[in-house]
Ligand binder design. Sequence first.
Ligand SMILES: Nc1nc2c(ncn2[C@@H]2O[C@H](COP(=O)(O)OP(=O)(O)O)[C@@H](O)[C@H]2O)c(=O)[nH]1
Ligand SMILES: [Mg+2]
Length: 323
Amino acid sequence: MSVVASKDLVKGVFEGRIWAIARMITRAEASDRASEDALAEIYKSSRNAHVVGITGVPGSGKSTLVAELCKTIRKSGRKVGIIAVDPTSPFSGGAILGDRIRMGELVGDEGVFIRSMATRGALGGLSRATLPAIDILDAAGFDIVIIETVGVGQDEVDVVRAAHTTVVVSAPGLGDDIQAIKAGILEIADIHVVSKCDRSDANKTISELKNMLAIGLGLSAPSAWTPSVIATSAAKKEGIDTLAEAIDSHVKVLKESGEWQSRRLTMAEMRLLKTAEDILRDEFERHRAGKIQALVKKLANAEIAPQGAARKLLEDVWKEISL
Ligand SMILES: Nc1nc2c(ncn2[C@@H]2O[C@H](COP(=O)(O)OP(=O)(O)O)[C@@H](O)[C@H]2O)c(=O)[nH]1
Ligand SMILES: [Mg+2]
């Protein structure tokens, strides 16, 4: 494959070309300095997309729902980007293939871009390239960017800080009736979805969730927006319009109340801190080689304490770091 010059790639992204978007995301995943300028240019011209995070335990029906939601949003002519972040499936993995097949109907539509990404770690959360990928899709003129992540707990907080609107999906028949509770993600939802409502046991899940919200479990910070519970069935194509409407009205309410602006600041703060952490971690990994053996020996022989050893290591590494 020929190497495309950064400026041509950026131009292609601004023109909304799928090939350019795909390649630019690949470069962002490599996270080398070479793509930094291009990504900076892209970041500066992005800020219009509505970022929607969709999370829930594996098997709760997220991918199926996202595909249906995408079709519904497309009817309004808006362009939809989808980024599926799944720790259980590395790039070549079977689950990704499953996603592709399920979303197959969307393939060939120029107004849809779908990308699967592996996560940073085994516990979920966002992949490092997820945020740059959102910028790229935004700059390419995508109106809505949907991030599908696996809801497994703490790291999901990442998703909220990366999205304007967070949808938490619970499904009947997965053991714990309200899976969001077990994962501790009930309170991050702007919108609750109970999926698979064609199943007879769905009503139980819905009423449990509503009870939970009524007694204040999952209460988020005071807001002009009250999280709603929406029943969907991707199989029967029910409730998808309602969900699409709720996603749109969430933005409207936040903009009217002024919370949109504060949410943008929260997102920018997360971005700043995450990026700084990433740089720090990279620099540490790059420069620690050759510096740990002597310290390890001393530590093993209890000639030095862990805190002191770690400080010494950091001091040594620090000298070589150039930002
Ligand atoms: N009955 C029913 N099953 C569904 C529905 N949506 C998804 N499923 C099934 O639930 C399983 C998990 O779906 P998937 O979208 O991959 O869930 P994900 O892991 O959360 O992305 C699959 O076997 C789907 O066929 C639905 O609306 N009704
Ligand atoms: Mg999925």
